[in-house]
Write a protein that binds this ligand. Structure first.
Ligand code: ADP
Ligand code: MG
Length: 393
C-alpha cells in the first residue's frame, strides 16, 4: 500500500480516486473547497489550494507521500510536476516541461521552434504592446487568451481592433501571471484526441468531436469517435510522438484539442492529465479499457506491461454537461423518455434548489450516452439538443 496525494476531489477526479482505492492505496485528497463529490472516496481530506505549488510541496513532505496525482486542471499538473521533481517521485514530466505544455505562450514558443502544426500566434507580457499590435499588425479574426487558465475562461474572438482591445483587457485581467497569447482564428470543426504514451510512443487513441452551445469557448458535448479520426490520427500521433521525444516525456495521458480545416488538424492545446466531465467513462466505454486505472499506475511509477495492445474505437458514445440558460435557482431538469433510453450512466451535481451563479461555466451534471450509429448520435445529441431542459424557479 502506498500513500498517494491527489490534488483535488471534484467529480473530475472521482474515477482516478476510485482506481487508486481499488489498487489498495491510502489516498490523501486536497483542494480549495470542501464538500466536493470525491471527498467521500478519499481516506483523508486536507483543505488546501492545489495551485499553490509550495503549499503542495509542504503537504507532500508533512504527509510523507510515496506518489502524487495531478487533478483535472493545468495548475494541478504544474504543482504535481513541481512536487514530484523536488521529491524525486515518479510519473510526472519535469516542472519545466509541465510549464512548456500548459502555459500557452511557452507552448507557442516550443511549437514554433519545432514546426508543429498549431495556429500562428504572438504573445505578450505587456498590455500596451499587445494593444499596439492590435492597432497596427493584427490580421483578423483572432483569438485572445490568457496563457494559464482553462475551460475558455478569459478567451474571446476579435474581428476588429476595438474588439481586440476589449479582449486583450479582459485576458490580461483574468490571467494570474499576466501573460496572453493572440492567435489566428481557425475556422472549421473542433475535436480532441486523447492518447496514452508509453516509452514516448502512442499506445492508444480516443477521439471525439467537441460542441459548444451556451458558451462558445467551453465544451459542452463530446461525441465519440471524431468524424475524422482516420485522417487526424496518423498526423497527430506523429506530432505527439515528436513532442514526447524532444521533451523526453513520461508515460501517461497526452491529450490535444485540435481544429480541422481543409483536412489539416491544427493543435489548439496539449494537456497531460485526465480530462474534465468524467471523460474516462466514455473513453473507457469506447476503447474497452480503463484509462484512469492506467493513468493511476503511471503516476505511481508502476509497470504498464498490462496496457492493452492495439485497441480500437468501438461504437458511438457521447457525453453532455447539463447547463442552464441563465443564473438563478434550479427547479428541475427535464430529460424526455426517448432521450433517456440512450443514457447509460450519469453523474449529477444537481439537487433541487441549487443556485447557479455563473451559467456560462457551471455544470449541473453529466449524462453519458450510447448509440448504435453516428446518425442516431448526432440526431439525439445535436438536433434534439433543446429537448433536455433546465427549469428555473
Ligand atoms: N486558434 C483558434 N481558432 C478558433 N478557435 C479557437 C482557437 N483557439 C481556441 N479556440 C477556441 O477557444 C476554446 C478555448 O481555447 P483553449 O486554447 O482550448 O483554452 P482553454 O485552456 O481555456 O481551454 C477552444 O476550445 C476553442 O473552441
Ligand atoms: Mg481547451
Amino acid at each position: 500500500m502506498k500513500k498517494v496525494l491527489i490534488l483535488n476531489v471534484s467529480h473530475s477526479e472521482v474515477l482516478l480516486i476510485k482506481a487508486l482505492k481499488e489498487m489498495g492505496h491510502y489516498v490523501i485528497g486536497t483542494g480549495g473547497l470542501t464538500g466536493q463529490p470525491g471527498e467521500k472516496f478519499v481516506d483523508t481530506f486536507i483543505q488546501a489550494d492545489y495551485s499553490d505549488k509550495e503549499k503542495m510541496l509542504k503537504l507532500a513532505v508533512d504527509n510523507n507521500i510515496d506518489a502524487i496525482c495531478a487533478n483535472c486542471n493545468d495548475f494541478g499538473v504544474i504543482s504535481a510536476a513541481y512536487v514530484a521533481e523536488k521529491l524525486g517521485l515518479p510519473g510526472h514530466d519535469t516542472y519545466e516541461n509541465a510549464l512548456t505544455l500548459h502555459h500557452k505562450d511557452k507552448f507557442k514558443v516550443f511549437a514554433q521552434k519545432h514546426n508543429l502544426c498549431t495556429p500562428k500566434a504572438v504573445w505578450f507580457e505587456d498590455i500596451k504592446k499587445a494593444k499596439q499590435w492590435a492597432e497596427t499588425s493584427a490580421n483578423f479574426p483572432v483569438i485572445v487568451k490568457p496563457v494559464d487558465l482553462t475551460g475558455g475562461k478569459g478567451v474571446s474572438r476579435a474581428d476588429n481592433t476595438p474588439e481586440a482591445i476589449a479582449a486583450i483587457e479582459s485576458a490580461f485581467k483574468i490571467s494570474r501571471i499576466k501573460h496572453i497569447v493572440i492567435e489566428d482564428f481557425i475556422d472549421g470543426t473542433q475535436h480532441a484526441m486523447c492518447t496514452f504514451l508509453i516509452n514516448k510512443k502512442v499506445a492508444a487513441v480516443c477521439s471525439n468531436n467537441e460542441y459548444s452551445f451556451k458558451n462558445p469557448f467551453k465544451v459542452e458535448i463530446d461525441t465519440y469517435p471524431s468524424d475524422n479520426e482516420d485522417i487526424a490520427r496518423d498526423f497527430l500521433v506523429g506530432q505527439i510522438e515528436k513532442i514526447a521525444e524532444i521533451l523526453n516525456l513520461k508515460d501517461g495521458i497526452f491529450h490535444v484539442q485540435y481544429r480541422m480545416k481543409n483536412s489539416t488538424p491544427y493543435i489548439i492545446e496539449p494537456m497531460r492529465r485526465v480530462l474534465g466531465n468524467l471523460y474516462g467513462i466514455t473513453s473507457s466505454k469506447l476503447n474497452g479499457f480503463n484509462w484512469d486505472y492506467f493513468q493511476a499506475k503511471a503516476y505511481l511509477g508502476e509497470s504498464l506491461d498490462d496496457f492493452p495492445k492495439n485497441t480500437k474505437s468501438n461504437g458511438f458514445v457521447a457525453h453532455r454537461s447539463i447547463m442552464s440558460k441563465k443564473n438563478g435557482i434550479v427547479e428541475n431538469i427535464l430529460i424526455p423518455k426517448e432521450i433517456e433510453k440512450y443514457v447509460f450512466d450519469r453523474f449529477m451535481m444537481y439537487h433541487s434548489g441549487i443556485e447557479i451563479h455563473n451559467y456560462m461555466n457551471d455544470n449541473l451534471g453529466v449524462l453519458f450516452f450510447k448509440f448504435s450509429s453516428r446518425e442516431e448520435m448526432n440526431h439525439i445529441m445535436l438536433d434534439q439538443y433543446d429537448d433536455i431542459q433546465v427549469i428555473m424557479k
